[in-house]
Design a protein around this ligand. Structure first.
Ligand code: SF4
Length: 444
């Protein structure tokens, strides 16, 4: 069982020396109990206390690394059951399964498509992270396919095989890339653990029941494999899969069950269908660290990457863009100026509609600390004073000759005061961004 803050406090030096960055030993103990700080931050812990606290200081779900230094993928190290309790820090890795039964040409074409599969959303680049090569043939073909993939892309890799001799060969050629071995069973655990240890690779373990899983992870750890990933069987009704994913997370986070405190991996098969996309979405939300997709559909991947971005964005820290004047298209001194906030989602929504209008325009983004229009207005962050300041700082007054400012329709109420303070003529724009194209076209 995890120690409480007070139990941890009893083991600390109680000098309140502040070297850990906390004002008191009690504050440090409470943070340690929540796994919000590392024990190493206190330089004065006695060896005996250190030993007692060592387990406590480990994250309840182990941090597992895949990939090389340049393309590092971190999964696990989760401390909160639900995002509203804190934030999910390590986004689920998403990857594609490629079978070695494909020809080399087909593999190259698939990789080319995957490489190009990148989307920009609210200023962030969204892309997948992993390629899993699945052995369906003899060892020779598997080795050839893995080598082909590893030379063509620098994604993290998962090796799906139950052939230890084939794995031994590819693990040697992938030295330094830390591929995930998928997956050991109770029958081959000793052999796969030896491979994982020898090549410093993480090991996925599949299982029949949670009791047997505990034994398997303990054996892998005892065999010198600390980096374990739990492979959940998704070939069942989705409600059973979600139940198991949830139980495993509860065991790790709520029951401090160390033998189940590892990230999870799932495979969503047949991604062509809507049903399978929903399943993959379920695994991202609850609580898979790696999701492998057997199908390849751009629309499905975009939906899943967007879902991941939403889940792993900290709601306490809204995505923001730099507050300034953004010229869109070939603007001139006569181009319209629209004002909005610096909340990324708001800005990019307005940007999309301005681009769709094909009317070159300027968007003035005002610093509202990442709040949307109505929230910022209610919080007095999108006020006539702030907008006037934004107009001056952005250089908008030099950029255009006219003095017409288009404001969002929802804040029409500030028109009079803003006109007075800024000296600009205020034009009330549409309430919804979707109305911007026709509004700009009819501006005259
Ligand atoms: S560094 Fe250690 S002894 Fe000093 S205040 Fe922090 S917990 Fe206490």
């Amino acid at each position: 069982m995890a120690l409480s803050g007070l139990e941890i406090y009893k083991l600390l030096p109680k000098t309140n020396c502040r070297e850990c960055g906390f004002p008191t030993c009690l504050a440090f103990a409470l943070a340690l109990a929540k796994k919000a700080v590392a024990l190493e931050k206190c330089p004065s812990v006695s060896p005996a206390a250190k030993e007692a606290l060592q387990a406590q200081s480990q994250p309840p779900i182990r941090l597992v690394l895949l990939g090389d230094d340049k393309n590092k993928i971190e999964i696990g190290n989760e401390t909160a059951m639900f995002r509203h309790e804190e934030k999910f820090h390590h986004p689920a890795a998403i990857g594609f399964v490629i079978e070695d039964s494909l020809s080399n040409e087909e593999i190259k074409q698939r990789l080319d498509k995957i490489n190009k599969l990148q989307f920009e959303r609210v200023g962030q680049l969204l892309r997948t992270d992993l390629i899993a090569i699945s052995q369906t043939n003899d060892a020779e073909r598997f080795v050839e396919a893995v080598n082909l993939v590893s030379t063509l892309v620098n994604f993290g890799m998962v090796l799906i095989s139950n052939d230890a001799s084939a794995l031994a060969i590819v693990l040697k050629s992938l030295a330094g890339r830390r591929p995930l071995i998928y997956a050991a069973t109770d029958k081959n655990l000793a052999e796969f653990s030896r491979l994982a240890k020898e090549h410093n690779a993480p090991l996925a373990i599949s299982f029949e029941s949670m009791d047997s899983l505990s034994e398997l992870t303990k054996k892998a750890n005892q065999a010198g494999v600390p980096d374990v990933v739990i492979a959940v069987n998704t070939g069942r009704h989705n409600s059973q899969v979600i139940w198991e994913l949830t139980q495993l997370r509860r065991q790790a986070l709520k029951k401090a069950n160390r033998s189940l405190g590892f990230p999870l991996i799932t495979v969503a098969s047949g991604l062509g269908s809507y049903d399978e996309v929903v399943k993959a979405g379920d695994y991202i939300a609850k609580y898979s660290g790696i999701i492998l997709l057997e199908g390849f559909k751009e629309w499905a991947v975009l939906a899943l990457l967007t879902l991941r971005q939403n889940i792993y964005t900290d709601p306490q820290k809204p995505l923001q863009i730099e507050a300034k004047l953004y010229p869109i298209g070939n603007t001139t001194e006569a181009s319209p100026v629209l004002v909005t906030t610096n909340f990324s989602l708001t800005y990019y929504t307005v940007l999309g509609e301005v681009e769709a209008s094909k009317v070159p325009s300027n968007i003035l983004s005002v610093n509202t600390e990442g709040m949307s229009v109505l929230t910022a207005w209610a919080a007095e962050k999108f006020t006539p004073d702030k907008i006037t300041e934004g107009l001056k700082k952005s250089g908008a007054e030099e950029k255009v000759k006219h003095r017409n400012l288009i404001i969002p329709g929802y804040v029409a109420v500030i028109s009079g005061e803003l006109e007075e303070k800024s000296g600009w003529k205020i034009i009330v724009g549409p309430k919804e961004a979707a109305g911007i194209p026709s509004f700009l076209k009819n501006l005259g």
